[in-house]
Design a binder for this molecule. Sequence first.
Ligand code: PMP
Length: 371
Amino acid sequence: MATDVAIATRTMTRPWNFSAGPAMLPQAVLDSIHDELPDYQGTGISMLEMGHRTETFAALMVQAEADLRELMDIPEQYAVLFLHGGASLQFAMAPLNLLGSRETASYINTGLWSAKAIKEAGNFCRVQVAADAAASNYTTIPPAAQWHVPADSAFLHYTVNETIGGVEFHWVPHVDQMPLVADMTSMILSRPVEVRHHALIYAGAQKNLGIAGLSLVIADRNALHKPPAGTPSMLDLQTHIEAGSLYNTPPVFAWYVTAKMLAWVKAEGGVSAFAERNRRKAALLYETIDASNLYRNLVQRDCRSWMSVPFTLADHSLEPLFLQEAAQAGLLGLAGHRSAGGLRACIYNAMPESGVRQLSEFMREFERVRA
Ligand code: PMP
């Protein structure tokens, strides 16, 4: 792949960054930010100093939204919002804006991020855990036939990719007429997803969409309800819809980086092209793990993540040495989440196949020499 070679050549002295987020950015995006930093497109000022109500920023906003709509095939009736607060604030805003007069919301618990969403929703409604993967220690997705989603639930929430556990839905749940809410933080734009089957989608930007400080919300306008009286205006999605995401000062620079990421995804062939690349990247890493006697990934094969691949070493005591030697080989950010331990490679869109190949080669060599 021409781009892959180009990136590999340019980054020969740069390490590969496998961190979960903030995560690696494409070299082309970094270069463009670098070039534009002192003087954004002849305006004489930097995007770090750019007013959010300037014509310059308005043009960028329009382009970013158009690019996202095109990339994800977002229907007109959906609002696209660029907000503060990270994905974690959406754990609260989703129930606040979707419950209406209903008292129950259903959640699928596939791991730590689902659990966080569930805990937060418990502040606003009765939470029905419609399915819980606890019995498999969160290495599976319970089959939909076993879910218990009460018909009076306001919505059904699922975490498309569990960034810590490495469990990913490769299918979109359908439960009768139930509005569907998806946390797409760690897989958005990694492959095509049917937006129209969702009432609400949210994602923190610091993985496939750019840098920390921005979160994306895609909301079916018809699915929203007025939040309870006393809800702060900032937590009412309608506030942001009416203000075009400019109710208050937005994270201008993070938005700018997202605009660059969207343009880059388009230039690289769009979401389907990334799906192909990501499938191959993940396959190579899981093949490396499965073929070895040292590395283990316990996630059931049909729900293994394409984006975040956790693994352990059969001899745990070798993990610090693995991390140390990996860093020396220019492979960074491979420690597992602090709550899970072990190791993890996040291979978001910005990670080219050459980076994953290098990791795979390092893993095989480490096993040969050390295990
Ligand atoms: N959901 C998922 C799946 C995540 O991976 C993360 C962050 N790693 C979050 C939610 C929380 O995102 P934020 O830090 O932007 O609040």
